[in-house]
Ligand binder design. Structure first.
Ligand SMILES: Cc1ncc(COP(=O)(O)O)c(C=O)c1O
Length: 399
């Protein structure tokens, strides 16, 4: 049996809905920023409970727009090193400098005390990433720290559609959140993003920045430093379909997670990440910590080659501060030049971090794997994953 890394199921009804929608869009001549975009945004507000939502081209653009709308520029922004580089790139593309912080192996998310230590005189914002769908219970401490220090608290919700902590949805803790609809995500439109916020001023500025800076209040003249981060109506149509099925998709993911929870209990060599009690996760990932003696590369190879089980990518195996791009670029995105001062931030931008600076994130990056998790995995496939994992673990000890 083969268990692929991902399947994205679309039912016959989903396909019929989208075929009819495409015809309607073509007949209307309204190919972008039309009624499907509005409906997509409205359904997302209903899912998250946020007051405003803005559909954008992707989550990276969403984060960049949030920082621009907040007028954070030529400042530093703290992000976890345990994230996808897009979080850091959004900081740089909005004209700012990245400061990486450590994460807590219990939650995969930012370590609040480490954030506190790294706040610089020019720091204006912190981006919390809900890694793997985990909303850390420390979210409230982090928010309090940001409030005390006058920093904007922003959420990268790329992994967290429908996740809630004690009933509060991801995307509603900070001043704004950005979601991704990339194909691997809990809900997908192929490419796409969504900003959520309760702040009307931020909402109005984000609408303009998304659309080349056009300001409806002054005859669509450009009053913001805008960009084209719009979403086409075809993409929004897929978003409407995904949101109509969001609860089913998320319930299915929870069913798979419950199967793993039950089956992995007591398994030698593997320990599923223990989730916070109040968390309702949508399980973007199902992370499992491995014993020190397990060789992760060998485990993954054995699972794939001998048992046909493909594991998904870790969150994360490569930490952002170790990416080769920092050999040629500074933390504000300028190209390094021989001996010359690379940018206005001087030595603060040189990115000299080492593994010892991020012990929590280092632990996360070395010691976990993520099991396949998507809606239509059936009982036979799940049993095969678990049995294969047990066998592969016994074949992958250090020697
Ligand atoms: C944590 C995180 N942030 C941001 C992004 C960027 O999302 P997008 O590809 O929609 O720009 C991703 C994408 O994988 C992600 O995992």
């Amino acid at each position: 049996m083969k268990v692929p890394v991902l399947r994205i199921p679309f039912t016959d009804d989903d396909r019929a809905f989208m075929r009819a929608g495409i015809d309607e869009i073509l007949n209307s001549g309204m190919l972008t920023q039309g009624k499907h975009t509005e409906r997509f945004e409205q359904l997302f507000r209903e899912l998250t409970g946020a007051r405003y939502s803005i559909a954008v081209s992707n989550a990276t653009a969403g984060l960049e727009i949030i920082l621009r709308a907040l007028e954070v520029e030529e400042k530093s922004v703290i992000v976890p090193t345990n994230t996808f580089m897009a979080t850091a790139f959004a900081v740089i593309h909005s004209g700012n400098r990245v400061i990486f912080a450590d994460s807590d192996p219990r939650t995969l998310c930012l370590d609040v005390e480490d954030v506190r230590r790294r706040i610089a005189p020019d720091t204006r914002a912190v981006i919390l990433v809900h890694v793997g769908g985990v909303i850390t219970p420390a979210v409230h401490d982090l928010k309090r720290l940001c409030d005390e220090r006058g920093l904007h608290f922003i959420e990268d919700c790329a992994h967290a559609h429908g996740c809630a902590l004690a009933g509060q949805q991801a995307g509603t803790f900070g001043v704004a959140g950005a979601f991704s609809f990339f194909p691997t995500k809990v809900l997908t439109t192929g490419e796409g993003g969504m900003i959520t916020t309760d702040d009307e001023g931020l909402y109005r500025r984000a609408l303009m920045i998304r659309n080349h800076g056009k300001n409806p209040a002054c005859g669509n003249r450009m009053s913001e430093m805008g960009h084209n981060h719009r979403l086409s109506e075809f993409t929004a149509l897929v978003g409407v379909q995904q949101l109509a099925r969001a609860h089913t998709i998320i319930d299915e993911r929870r069913r798979v997670a419950r199967f793993y929870d039950k089956s992995l209990r007591g398994m030698a060599g593997a320990r599923p990440l223990e989730l916070p009690e109040d968390l309702q996760s949508s399980y973007y990932k199902y992370p499992v910590y491995l014993d020190e003696t397990i060789d992760r590369s060998r485990l993954k190879r054995v699972l794939k080659e001998q048992y046909g089980v493909s594991l998904t990518g870790e969150v994360y195996a490569d930490l952002c501060h170790t990416e080769p791009v920092w050999q040629t670029h500074t933390c504000c995105g300028r190209r390094r030049t021989n001996g010359a001062t690379p940018c206005l931030h001087g030595s603060a931008c040189n990115g000299t971090a080492s593994a010892a600076d991020f012990p929590g994130a280092e632990y996360i990056s070395r010691h976990h794997v993520c099991l396949p998790l998507y809606p239509d995995l059936d009982e036979a496939e799940l049993t095969h994953v678990v049995e294969s994992l047990e066998r592969a673990l016994s074949e992958s000890g250090g020697d």
